[in-house]
Design a protein around this ligand. Structure first.
Ligand code: ATP
Ligand code: K
Ligand code: MG
Length: 681
């Protein structure tokens, strides 16, 4: 079983695997995490899902088909997960997604044409499709089954978004050991490989990790000591990334081309997509050069377009964006209650951290140099792979403790119990900045089953219009205790390692009097010292009666959260498995069809060449007409046949050519033996 980390990006997804480099498996210095390359040897796979008349296109093939298949290609997968169509954030997303976004029972989804039919898939299903591909890519490269993974998400993801990603991973047949925040993953990759972190009793090292990707920007301030990291704060801009820079360029070209070529690319989705691709390329060139060209042949109305942009012009175009760079940094410092001078290092990751003007703004803000000790494109995937290695039971690594934080306060509410008139009916249990993961025990005095609801306390802080609801938890098995009238119910509320809240278990306790040893003033309670002068006259230590809560039994909890229920999940898992089989069958069929085509071509060449002396004219004529007939069939009614039929066609030709090939091979063998005899003589 392998241990895999996935940086699930808006544009690109990067996969890393944790491996032990040497024999010393318990020292992290021996841990490394090479990247996994995909079927076309790329280290990043486009985060795209496309649909065709017969099969799906996942990752690279979706990118290849994108411009000619815009309506059936879905991007921004992770940003759609767990969200509603009417959410203003999703409306922003719709500008970037070429397929039609629709409502699927409350969650946003896409409507596409697949296998000749209109079909709707939820964002969770679309993410699952893409993660299926990630799983296949990793398994093909590792030649091992892949299940255990750690997946990254933006730190601003809420409970419902994280549950959607978790469900999607399970539908794809993965076992997510952790859903990890992007910047926290980068921080873990940093900490685990640095051998000079401060000791326990020293001042911690403070590093600001900044991730600027394709669509979003996060900054975390993290404290390091040997073997541990603590996230002190994370701030973000959900709508700041490379695509906004691309858009600024596209808008610029749209205006320029209107005047220069009298075309409006805004009216032509294909032209718009081609200009966007060109703008992205140009933007990257500008990171290393002072100017860059855009040349597109026959963009619209047979017109070729050419343009040139200087770095200075580009920076003027994106000035409004650059003005937003320092916002999250100020917020992160304020939340951590630190100043710029408290930050020892500033580490940049994410593709857009390569834009010189962005680097300059960050450097000016902190007034000190930036560090790039992490690979900008790989750091998050590697951090996830390390996290997976730490969590996986099959992998032995020295632990590195990761304390993240809760970003949105979570409160519980419940109905007032009539017998407790002054009881509060809600309580913020996990405040902003609360450590994550974290467990809290809630105590209720009740005489019958009751419900409580968890929700985010400040809906206005949540991304877009994410509903604050997290879950409803029904506590069963509660009844009045005859002695005290109430049952003392204890509920274990936990924000888990994924950043998801659950009431994980419940139990009830009783106040009981227990005998407890009395400690005398100033006396140290040292059990080893008991049989010396501590002994009382009767040889027994002094005791007293105290009230203690003793656990008496469990209380079943029935949870209603935004996760998919087990039945729905398993039926979606089966549906996904069936689509994988169909994709595979289509790919295999295509392969057999190509094999038949090549076989016909080869056989015809061989008849004129090495088989020429081993067939009569009559045999040759017969085989040639069989080949022509098969070829005609292949390009006409056989164009769209089945795998079995293509195999049968190959077999027919092979058996007709059988006597000829046999004679040829007999001759080859006879020659070989003759040569051997000569050598032996
Ligand atoms: P997100 O983290 O927002 O979900 P992501 O992880 O897919 O997205 P990254 O792979 O970190 O994003 O970065 C992709 C972005 O970085 C793209 O917008 C790309 O154009 C930009 N980018 C990559 N290389 C360069 C470069 N050399 N100069 C400027 N921008 C670049
Ligand atoms: K990425
Ligand atoms: Mg990213």
């Amino acid at each position: 079983m392998s241990v895999v980390g996935v940086d699930f990006g808006t544009l690109n997804t990067v996969i890393a695997v944790a491996r032990n480099r040497g024999v010393d498996v318990v020292r992290n210095t021996f841990l490394h995490s090479p990247l996994i390359t995909n079927e076309v040897s790329n280290r990043a796979t486009p985060s795209l899902v496309g649909f065709g008349p017969r099969a799906r296109y996942l990752g690279e093939p979706a990118k290849t088909q994108e411009i000619s298949n815009l309506k059936n290609t879905v991007s921004s997968l992770k940003r759609l997960a767990g969200r509603a169509l009417k959410d203003p954030d999703v409306q922003i997303e719709a500008q970037y997604v070429s397929a039609a976004l629709v409502d699927c029972n409350g969650q946003v989804g896409a409507e596409v044409s697949y296998q000749g039919k209109k079909e709707k898939f939820t964002a969770t299903q679309l993410v699952a499709m893409f993660l299926s591909k990630v799983k296949q890519t990793a398994a093909a490269e590792l030649k091992l089954p892949v299940a255990d993974v750690v997946l990254s998400v933006p730190p601003w993801f809420t409970d419902i978004q994280r549950r959607s990603i978790l469900d999607a991973a399970e539908i794809a047949g993965l076992k997510p050991l952790r859903i990890m925040n992007d910047t926290t993953a980068a921080a873990l990759g940093y900490g685990i490989t640095k051998l000079d972190l401060p000791a326990e009793d020293q001042k911690p090292r403070r590093v600001c990790f900044i991730d600027i990707g394709h669509s979003n920007y996060s900054a975390s301030i993290v404290e390091f000591k040997k073997g541990e990291l603590t996230v002190k704060s994370t701030a973000f801009d959900r709508h700041f990334g490379g695509r906004d820079f691309n858009l600024a360029l596209v808008n610029h070209f749209q205006k320029e081309f209107k005047g220069k070529y009298r075309i409006d690319i805004a009216t032509n989705p294909k032209a718009l997509a081609r200009v966007e691709a060109g703008a992205e390329k140009l933007k990257k060139i500008l990171s290393a050069n002072q100017q860059a060209p855009l040349n597109i042949e026959s963009l619209m109305n047979d017109i070729d377009v050419n343009a040139m942009v200087t770095r200075q012009e580009f920076e003027a175009l994106v000035e409004p964006l650059l003005g937003k760079v320092t916002g999250p940094l100020e917020q992160a410092l304020a939340d951590a209650e630190l100043t710029k001078d408290d930050i020892d290092f500033i580490e940049l990751v994410g593709g857009s951290s390569r834009v010189p003007a962005i680097k300059e703004r960050i450097q000016n803000f902190f007034g000190k140099g930036l560090s790039f000790t992490l690979n900008q494109d790989e750091a998050i995937a590697r951090g996830c792979a390390f996290a997976c290695a730490i969590l996986s039971p099959v992998f032995k690594v020295r632990d590195f403790s990761v304390a993240d934080i809760v970003h949105y306060p979570i409160e519980f509410s419940w109905e007032k119990d009539v017998d407790i008139p002054d009881e509060d009916t809600s309580l913020t249990v996990f405040g902003r900045g609360n450590v994550l993961p974290s467990t809290k025990i809630l105590t209720f005095y009740r005489k019958q089953p009751f419900d409580l609801e968890a929700r985010y306390s400040n809906p206005e802080d949540l991304p877009g219009k994410v509903a604050p609801f997290i879950g409803r938890f029904s506590v069963k098995g509660v009844k009045a205790d005859p002695k005290t009238e109430f049952m003392i119910c204890k509920l274990k509320a936990r924000v888990n390692i994924h950043g998801i809240l659950n009431v994980e278990s419940g139990y009830y306790v009783e106040d009981q009097e227990v005998e407890e040893e009395v400690k005398e003033d100033g006396e140290k309670k040292d059990p080893d010292a008991m049989d010396t002068d501590d002994k009382k006259e009767d040889g027994k230590p002094k005791t007293r009666k105290v009230k203690k809560q003793v656990r008496k039994g469990d209380l079943p909890i029935v949870a209603g959260t935004t996760s998919l229920d087990a039945n729905t999940k398993s039926s979606l898992f089966e549906k996904e498995a069936a689509m994988i089989m169909e994709d595979k069958l289509v790919a295999d069929t295509e392969e057999k069809k190509n094999e038949l085509e090549t076989f016909i071509y080869d056989m015809r060449n061989k008849l004129d060449d090495q088989y020429a002396d081993f067939a009569s004219d009559e045999e040759k004529d017969k085989l040639r007409s069989k080949l022509t007939e098969s070829e005609d069939w292949l390009y006409e009614e056989g164009e769209d046949s089945t795998k079995a039929v293509y195999i049968a066609k190959i077999d027919e030709i092979r058996s007709m050519a059988g006597p000829i090939t046999q004679r040829y091979f007999d001759k080859v063998e006879a020659d070989r033996q003759a040569l051997q005899a000569k050598l032996d003589a």
